[in-house]
Design a protein around this ligand. Structure first.
Ligand code: UD1
Length: 420
């Protein structure tokens, strides 16, 4: 298994580019099942997760070609409405196949995702919604089976504004008979991107950027060409990296409107920010101020940026409390960060960080995508050598991370090791 070897404590300087958004791209790829003909999706990041989704689409029977950031998906001959355990267990987002498969084939067989490194992560809202649209849902040998005589529009109220459930129910309802209303829908930029994609295909979805979506079922969709939005979490990760390590860094090719909650918090912590139309420049000032963060659904501070904030606060002056209200158990990074000298303790769904003067390198282990990102930040802050093991987690969600970071002067390299 590959590891990163990092020699930290060096200033970062230069410009770093943001890739297309993984979490926007995965549902678009799944939505391609809804049409016959070739969809062309641009700005697709080359990641383990996008390649896993491509593998799933091929199992379903689609032709997929992925080259130079462009993915062509032709699901004309798709004939196998199934998402097998082997793929769902490596990437929960495979569950996004549920809505489009049911819409296209009137049936689906999808492995039930289990727990994940940071807690139970249920899919009850996806299934309740599909049932209300007329799907008959049963569980057999770890698989969800859905049968239907054709989906019918319905009023769907989500108890929690889940991103995944909103995406799945949108994809299920665009071809349903009649009107569907999704109340308390998620309005994350990745959902807005999916709405734009589906509407370009000929769907009739109203309420973009709000939490009430009205979908008028149409009888057919057409293939499209579409560009994925920039990855706000990758962008935010590099913004916090620059702020934590110091120097003069331009994070380029982002949408600042998607990052307001993060940049507001950075400003509160004393980070020097210059926000441009499509880029943000960070220049070091003095020691940062301890600043509390509470994650929330969009437009709140993202849970996918919680771990990185803990790393930023490691050397800030004072005590900060970082609370996750979206995923209350999402703190596997804490025990690893302690190994680098961060003074952080868990209290319920909060991490309490007491800022220290400096961190010291150590061997640490990746646990999930964003947790690992916080470890890279902390490794770059720390003096001496940090070895970050199991970087395959990062490969799921960060395109070419070590080369991008090397481009702004980070001393980080990948060392390959045997698969275990
Ligand atoms: C997506 C993102 C993930 C991000 C999360 C929250 C993708 C591929 N992943 O995950 O990176 O951290 O949004 O922004 O886009 N819930 C239920 N029942 C359900 C579904 C969700 O109780 O049926 C709960 C979850 O346990 C969690 C909350 O709702 O507490 C939000 O989860 P959700 O928005 O669904 O996250 P994902 O779509 O899985």
């Amino acid at each position: 298994m590959d590891k990163f070897v990092i020699h930290g404590g060096k200033e970062l300087n230069g410009s770093i580019n943001v890739s297309g958004a993984k979490n926007a791209c995965l549902p678009l790829m799944a939505a391609s099942i809804l049409v016959k003909g070739k969809n062309v999706i641009r700005n697709v990041p080359n990641l383990r997760d996008t390649r896993t989704m491509a593998k799933l689409l091929r199992i379903i029977g689609a032709d997929v070609v992925f080259e130079n950031g462009v993915m062509e998906i032709d699901a004309t001959k798709a004939d196998n409405p199934e998402a097998p355990y082997e793929l769902v267990k490596t990437m929960r987002a495979s569950f996004y196949a549920l809505g489009p498969l049911t819409a296209r084939f009137g049936k689906a067989r999808i492995s039930l995702p289990g727990g994940c490194a940071w807690g139970p992560r249920p899919v009850d809202l996806h299934l309740k919604g599909i049932e209300k649209l007329g799907g008959n849902v049963t569980l057999e040998e770890g698989y969800i089976n859905i049968e239907t005589d054709g989906l019918k529009g319905a009023l769907l109220h989500l108890d929690i504004s889940s991103v995944g459930a909103t995406g799945n129910l949108l994809m299920a309802s665009v071809l349903a008979d009649g009107e569907t209303v999704i109340e308390n829908a998620a309005r994350e930029p990745e959902i807005v991107c999916l709405i734009d994609f589906l509407n370009k295909m000929g769907a009739d979805i109203k309420g973009r950027e709000t939490n009430v979506l009205r979908i008028n079922g149409v009888s057919e969709l057409r293939p499209v060409e579409f560009e994925v939005i920039p990855d706000r979490i990758e962008a935010g990760t590099y913004l916090l990296t620059a702020a934590a390590v110091g120097g003069d860094v331009l994070v380029d090719g982002l949408d600042p409107n998607h990052l307001t909650a993060v940049t507001d918090k950075m400003t509160e912590a004393g980070v020097n920010l210059e926000v441009n139309e499509k880029s943000i420049r960070i220049t070091s000032g003095g020691r940062l101020k301890a600043t509390d963060v509470r994650t929330d659904i969009y437009p709140g501070y993202p849970t996918d940026m919680q771990a990185q904030w803990i790393a930023l606060m490691a050397t800030a002056k004072g005590k900060s409390v970082v609370t996750d209200t979206v995923y209350e158990d999402r703190f596997t990074h804490v025990a690893e960060l302690v190994r680098l000298g961060i003074d952080v303790k868990l209290k319920g769904n909060s991490a309490v960080v007491n800022g220290v003067e400096k961190l010291k390198g150590a061997p640490i282990m990746s646990t999930d995508i964003r947790a690992s990102a916080s470890m890279v930040i902390a490794g770059l802050m720390a003096e001496g050598r940090t070895e970050l093991h199991r970087v395959y987690h990062l490969d799921r969600g960060y395109e070419d991370m070590e080369n991008k970071l090397r481009g702004i002067g980070a001393d980080i390299k990948r060392e390959s090791g045997p698969e275990v």
